[in-house]
Design a protein around this ligand. Structure first.
Ligand code: 5GP
Length: 287
């Protein structure tokens, strides 16, 4: 008989941080950089652990140029051939980050089989239709809380991948225990994204699409294969100018979260986090 797990699972929108006493005087005192040494490869990382998704429109050299100034990094979108990947994997066993998963036992299995960083997220993405097409998924906040716990127990690391729609969500992903946060939609529509700005009904827009959308599959493999459905959307997003401003907004928000809960460093955020369940995240009066 199929089992129904009746434990409540939550998304970013279902919670808020409970403010805590803080001796921090200014947001500028907050240190967002982290240093990690990875369990299997023993490589080290230092920087602000936010990653632009390896999607066509956001994983660009232009994006990398701006993000790297802030010590953020960009997962490149380039489509490598299988042979290129095989050669790379043989020569660099230390880099094959694994995913995507949403449960603790799968995280443990991947780390024990040699992965250092596990990507967490099935279906939360802004242009993802997996939940609609397949009925499979897991609310992202709970997925991150559970997977971070399993990964950290083995000294592994996780990336919360997808589902952040505002700076507060990025903070919640870190508060839930993510070591890295990956985002696509929040970085879409900027000068640094692939594609032209077009006028639509008097507004400037740019195209943004999922990597399993018809658009991406037509581009790379000549269309959606007969045996599968596309699991991504193609959308027009408002043109948002230079991504520099958006990055400042995200990092400013994150520093502010840290001051509200009394974390002097991003490293301390999850330890200082108590989430409260809410029925409404913010006022909708003027929306
Ligand atoms: P976002 O930050 O836009 O909410 O989510 C970005 C993430 O969505 C990506 O890092 C990737 O994991 C996921 N994603 C990108 N394109 C697709 C797609 O076409 N289908 C699905 N299921 N997920 C996608």
């Amino acid at each position: 008989m199929p089992r129904v797990d009746a434990d409540l699972k939550l998304d970013f929108k279902d919670v808020l941080f409970r403010p805590k006493r803080s001796s921090l005087k200014s947001r500028s005192e907050v240190d967002l950089a982290r240093t990690f040494t990875f369990r299997n490869s023993k490589q080290t990382y230092h920087g602000i652990p936010i990653i632009a998704a390896n999607m066509d429109t956001t994983g660009t050299f232009e994006m990398a140029r701006v993000l790297s100034k802030h010590t953020l990094f960009t997962a490149m979108q380039k489509h490598y051939s299988l042979d290129e990947w095989k050669t790379f994997a043989v020569n660099h066993p230390e880099c094959l980050e694994a995913g995507n998963v949403v449960t603790g036992e799968m995280v443990e299995e991947l780390i024990l089989s040699g992965a250092d960083i596990i990507k967490v997220g099935i279906g939360p993405g802004s242009v993802c239709t997996t939940r609609i097409k397949t009925g499979v998924g897991y609310p992202q906040l709970s997925a991150v809380i559970e997977c971070a716990d399993s990964a950290h127990g083995l000294k592994g690391h996780i990336i919360s991948d997808g589902g952040c729609s505002c700076p507060g969500d990025v903070a919640k992903a870190f508060g839930a225990g993510a070591d890295f946060v990956m985002m696509g939609g929040m970085l879409a529509g900027h000068d640094q994204c692939l594609g032209e700005v077009v006028q639509k009904d008097g507004k400037k827009v740019k195209l943004f699409y999922g990597m399993s959308s018809d658009t991406a599959m037509k581009k790379y493999v000549g269309g959606v294969a007969e045996y599968r459905a596309s699991e991504g959307r193609t959308v027009e997003v408002p043109y948002r100018g230079d991504v520099e401003n958006t990055i400042r907004d995200i990092l400013g928000g994150l520093r502010s979260t840290c001051t509200y809960v009394g974390a002097a460093k991003l490293k301390e955020l999850s330890r200082r986090t108590t989430f409260i369940r809410v029925t409404q995240q913010a006022s909708t009066m003027f929306h």
